[in-house]
Design a protein around this ligand. Sequence first.
Ligand code: GCO
Length: 480
Amino acid sequence: DLAGLIPPGFTLGVATSAFQIEGALDEDGRGPAGWDVFSAKPGAIVDGHSPAVASDHYHRMPDDVAQMKQLGVDSYRFSLSWPRIQPKGSGPVNRAGLDFYDRLLDELLANGISPMVTIYHWDTPLALDDAGGWLNRDTAYRLGEFAAIAAAAYGDRVARWVTINEPATVATNGYTLGLHSPGEALLLDALPAVHHQLLGHGLAVQALRAAGVPGEIGMSNVYSPMVPNTINPLDKLSAGVMDIAQNRLYADPVLTGKYPDLIRAAKFFGSFDHPDEDMLIISQPLDFYGLNYYMPTKVAVGSGDGAVPAGMAEAMGSDLTAAAGSGTPFHIEPWPEADITAYGWPVKPEYMGVALKEMAERYPNLPPVILTEIGASFEDIIVRDKSTNNTFIPDERRLKYLSDHIETALRATAPGGEAEAIDLRGVYVWSLLDNFEWSAGLNQPFGLLHVDFDTLERTPKASYFWLQELIEERNLATAA
Ligand code: GCO
């Protein structure tokens, strides 16, 4: 079965982010991040979990690299902690912070692991959040400057750069709904946070190009196919709006230089002004496009009476204006027939193919694609063998999730596949190890390595051994 084979040159990697794994928030001159403050607020994090220690990676970095070496990965995607390197988000750099990633990069290269560096994975320095965070245009310029610092310090060793990770999640959870730092619930007034992140991406690309870094440059957007709950045209309309709000609002500007029409029409989403030149900065050519894929989303129209908020139907170019009413525009429906993760996310591997197909259809000039994250949280059970005292973590569901999604992606992009136009270059499993899952705290384990958050001991799960075999044999059929 050809589709089971991992193509030559295809990257198999693992991913993490600084705030989720490092801990050591007050050490070696790191400045505070907005997330430090947000997570200390009562009720912000499930069970009041703290990121202060997280997976303690800051103190265990060489051991964690040794685990990756053992695993055999081609590449490791990690993020730079902005407040560790530049404590106030502008001005002087912190030598000790820079040194940590110097050592990490050297350790990776010494072990034959190619580094992929995410410049911004959500841990905005507090000083910038205090000045308005992503609502403030200046934050975009600060990110460009931070990218220049990173390029000068690490440019010689980084194989792939991701400017920013999932601006959609930052804007939606951090500025629209108030579920993530900085905890703003601005609803549709959060649009500037979208634009400024995208501008920050573009300025970071400019900074990396200006520094002449040899590594490839891209960004990572999350993508979730939006599926109408029923054939009701209002459900269809709602799915269309969600598709724009969560997918196209972030991919269109970067890949086509334009916001989706709905946004430009600004009839439903509110309006915001920005200089035209911004779009040229945002849409600079990339060497790869990073896609984070977790699940599809089933969308239904909001209110019980099927009413659509005034302006929504019109803005979507629909003639359903007669139905216009008030109320929540849409909501997410559960997927009753699907297996679900510990998060409640539906497991539907076929939509991995749909996501790639939609990307291929929408963006004919798409650069090579890398799946910069796929993964699943499942509760893990530790089994102890009484005679040997060895522990074993049979996470068959995570293993199957990963295997099915990688297989679907390879089939979809193989000749004759539904997304054959896509040049898929690699996949990174989220995550190397269990970590601090933002507002879910330490409750959603995504790791290939189990972390005991009391002892911080790491234990490889069955999925780790599966990936190890896959990397060795480069064949899904025999690794399964
Ligand atoms: C994201 C982030 C990660 C998450 C992961 C699981 O995609 O939201 O990149 O930080 O931990 O996605 O939710």
